[in-house]
Design a protein around this ligand. Sequence first.
Ligand SMILES: [Fe+2]
Length: 326
Amino acid sequence: MNIRIATLEDIKEIKRLLDKLNESSVELLPNFFKISKVKNKEVLKIIEDRNSDFVLAIEDEKVIGVGEIYFKETKDEPVLVKNTYVYIQNLIVDERFRNKGVGKELIDGIKNWGLKRNAKHFRLSVIPSNYSAIGFYENEGFEAFMHSMEMKVSDEEFSEEYKQKTLKEMRKVFKGFPLQIDHTLNVLGYAEKIMDGENIKTEDREFISIVAILHDIGIIEAKRKHGSSDAPYQEREGKIIAEEILKEIGYDPKAIDRVCYIVGNHHTYSKIDGIDFQILWEADLLENLKTRDALNDKEKLKGVIDKNFKTKTGKGMAYREYLQHK
Ligand SMILES: [Fe+2]
């Protein structure tokens, strides 16, 4: 294994690992983190900026570990001692290579990077329930430096307990089908962005997220039972599995009916009858357009977008993603 600084050729692999890290952060702290895919330009910016980099662990020419690091100086404030430090924003080792000393090598690489810049400290934040990470950093010489504290003062905040449970069940159904999990999480990410832009009420957000997580849940069973994942089979099997999952986790029965209606019609445009269904439709299409031939024909694509997108946010995203800068 060797340690080196990332170049532009590593962008795809860096994104892969950072997306994995994002998923586990959401699992540990669902009220703080949300599913989001890292963009090329974000990685590019970090590589190109002279005060940030990715340190990579490489094995057989494959990236097996990533550290995202920034060189910083304390703010120029009268009460603060002037200091320089390296902030470790993210550190992840590919699951298959854990407990083999890769993390330690990455930290050593980061130390060298920081020492060259005259950094006096290395700093990072860690989720308090992530005991294995805390243990690892303590072994490496880190110690607690500042405790962040917070107090909940509003009931507005939603635990999204059912969303988390549904995500877990979705992963079980799609075990062995990573592309399906990937598609689902991308659609969920788009749905959440549309909800942000459309100011969807807190109490409706979890419901729409659950719809997004379950929308394709029948696809494997449709192929198994009918030898085809065509819309009618997928819709039919999907609503059965969605109902089973939601009953199992104890979700509100009225809401279950609505989820099943949307899952059971999610490929049928004429059945869209509400903002919840519309958001799923747009989120799924934002993801599916990536693979459509229509991408080559801008006029046709504009027609597809104008016909299908009704929310201002969704339409803006589709225009930005598919009709500009391409
Ligand atoms: Fe889908």
